[in-house]
Design a protein around this ligand. Structure first.
Ligand SMILES: [Zn+2]
Length: 68
């Protein structure tokens, strides 16, 4: 299963939702990274063969524990 996690950009303070897709090539993982859509700073990286995507969310969404 893929998963999602919330990150705050350390550089510009943007609230971000990172979505990590399922591995679709088992054993063929590579280091994937996502950058802040606002300032381009790397905010997250992981070893996966799936996709990474990132969207900016509001502060309310970021602080909402139910939003995951
Ligand atoms: Zn940023």
């Amino acid at each position: 299963m893929g998963y999602r996690l919330k990150k705050k950009c350390e550089k510009c303070g943007a609230y971000l939702l990172v979505m990590v897709g399922d591995d679709y090539v088992p054993g063929n993982k590579a280091r994937e990274e996502v950058n802040c859509p606002r300032c381009g700073t790397e905010v997250y990286s992981t070893m996966t063969s799936g996709f990474l995507n990132v969207v900016e969310i509001s502060e309310d969404e970021f602080n909402d524990e139910m939003f995951s």
